[in-house]
Design a protein around this ligand. Structure first.
Ligand code: XBP
Ligand code: MG
Length: 262
């Protein structure tokens, strides 16, 4: 049985429920600041989340909702400028502690470090957003907890493509079978599975109805000793919250199932 060596975390919807109260609000503030009478409701934003990447999401919105809209100057540059303004609003919201970490995240990260597991991040979001969230929620030195922070435009294709996870694995110099990924969305699961990573899903309001076929475990959150998770799919070996013991249990389960099929 190969021992688990690293945990690789998605950010938005996994470390924290950032989409509805963070990113969506930041987009709307950037639109208002730019004099645009656009407003993304909670429902409309949920639909737009089908497109990963903030710049790509603005482009999608223009195509579907404002096909005749002609931005001043170059469209890509204009979208990039609007997105840059959005990122400034987002990091400010995060630094105002508007979005807390999800249950169990801080405990699991600390337990993993104590157990000598290596940590990495593989996210679609802009690097400055990751820095703001980690430093606000876990302290200034928490960036160093993660050997690799793979984020945003660092790879050619965004989730559901595997690029960002392939990038993280290469930077860690590890094979996927000694790592475990944590995701919240169907697109994220497609990305991690295409990188051959066993994946734990923590659903949220925007993703709970999505298809998580191929996930090693699907829960409503990582849980705490006094706040058991709800298991939506998969086995936990009797665990009621996600800890290092359960991570290794899933690792062993994966390898025993592989051994029995080869
Ligand atoms: C989710 C995304 C991101 C965010 C917005 O990222 O699709 O685009 O919604 O962030 P994750 P940006 O992979 O962490 O779930 O505007 O910076 O793209
Ligand atoms: Mg996510």
């Amino acid at each position: 049985m190969s021992k688990l060596q690293a945990l690789i975390f998605d950010v938005d919807g996994t470390l924290a429920d950032t989409e509805r109260d963070g990113h969506r609000v930041a987009f709307n503030r950037a639109f208002a600041e730019a004099g645009l009478d656009w407003e993304w409701s909670v429902e409309r934003y949920g639909e737009l989340l089908a497109v990963t990447g903030g710049k790509e999401r603005i482009q999608q919105y223009l195509t579907t909702d404002h096909p005749d809209f002609e931005p001043p100057g170059d469209r890509r540059e204009w979208i990039a400028g609007l997105h840059k303004a959005k990122t400034a609003h987002y990091t400010q919201l995060i630094e105002e502690n508007v979005v807390p970490l999800r249950p169990g995240v801080k405990r699991l990260l600390q337990d993993a470090r104590e157990a000598g597991l290596r940590l990495a991040i593989a996210t679609t979001t802009t690097p400055a957003n990751v820095t703001a969230l980690l430093q606000t929620a876990l302290g200034a030195d928490s960036l160093d907890w993660f050997e690799v922070i793979a984020a945003g435009d660092i790879v050619p294709a965004k989730k559901p493509a595997p690029d960002i996870y392939d990038y993280a694995l290469k930077a860690l110099q590890l094979e996927p079978h000694v790592c475990l990924a944590f995701e919240d969305s169907h697109a994220g699961l497609q990305s991690s599975r295409q990188a051959d990573l066993a994946t734990v899903i923590t659903v949220n309001d925007y993703t709970q109805k999505q298809d998580f076929t191929g996930a090693s475990l699907v829960v409503d959150h990582l849980g705490e000793p006094n706040l058991p998770f709800e298991v939506l799919a998969g086995e936990t070996g009797g665990s009621t919250f996600f800890d290092i013991k359960l991570a290794q249990y899933l690792q062993d389960l994966r390898h025993s199932s592989r051994a029995s099929t080869t």
